[in-house]
Design a protein around this ligand. Sequence first.
Ligand SMILES: Cc1ncc(COP(=O)(O)O)c(C=O)c1O
Length: 393
Amino acid sequence: MPTFFDLDKLRLDTPGVTHRNHLNNAGAGLLARPVLEKMVAYLRREADIGGYEAAYEASGELAAVYDSVARLVGASPSEIALTENATVAWQMAFYALRFKPGDRILTARAEYAANYVAFLQVAQRTGAVIDVIPDDAQGVLDPAALQRMIDGRVRLIAITWMPTNSGLVNPAEQVGKIARAHGIPYLLDACQAVGQTPVDVERLGCDMLSATGRKFLRGPRGTGFLYVRKSLLPDLEPPMIDHFGAVWVAPDRYELRPDARRFETWENNYAARLGLGAAVDYALAVGLGEAERRCRQLASALRDMLRDVPGVALHDPGAELSAIVSFSVQGRDAAAVNLQLLNAGINVSHSKPSSALLDHLARQLPTVLRASPHYYNTPQELEALAAALRALR
Ligand SMILES: Cc1ncc(COP(=O)(O)O)c(C=O)c1O
């Protein structure tokens, strides 16, 4: 472990680790102390001096949240919209696109349910068709297959980089190269990626990227963001607007903001926004490369431990795996195991087939348990999970 990665300090910064064995960072990461303090201090100001006045006082800091998020993903602040979650961010981008009968939406087998139901709705409304990019032999999106699918009718490539229900890592960058080569808009769901891996929209070649604050980024719940490439913005009319995203300039006319904030609305939870900014700054200070290395090392160690637990089956496809470890316990209901672990002070979560239906059907997966360590977890915490699972038998 490099000396600059100070695990003791990171754990001291994380009040939750003293109460719980928290292996549910794909659900919601534990807040770091500076994030918590930033939000509490701001809420106090709202109570002490008034909500509008507190926002005015913090206007510099609130503006800096855009700089932080932009830095996190390698974008410019004017390409960032802050939203209340990743789903709203994704929807704003997706529903801004126009489809006509026969237009093709290419997506991946492990696509997240919220995105896929939106594809279905738009397909029903417009006559667009959804085509799923085949996987390679290892169960990872196959870029060669994507290349073969490209034709003049492909209107959008929209995939999930790291899915909700497994450690799969789709080749987001290779997909971006293909999308760019053919001038096809590319919408990337990076919800489970931000905070556990470096994200650079230029390298990824994506035109739109959505993410949440609460997962590996360790921000507060109810936060998210959208990146939209500057060159695409003038063509994207938000599916819904208010007088913040679109200024009412004449009785019969409005003008959309030129920047990505055209996808926002006027009223916001400013404490949560400041918390998101603090979480991003914290992640950048830890270092995303280091976070990725440590997260993956812990996840890999956990997989090794779980392989030795009788009755446990691992379900993560591919050679390169994220920090999401998916597994099932033979003869046990995942939700019941989840609850038993919770009662033992161990936080994991579970993914139902309906959260990524195509993937669950193709691999005939049951509801899976999901353990997702972060850099602040310890090998001892992983061993405690393995021991608790062993004790179930
Ligand atoms: C892959 C993926 N995309 C999108 C989302 C939605 O994120 P949010 O709940 O912030 O809208 C999730 C949430 O679990 C997810 O796992």
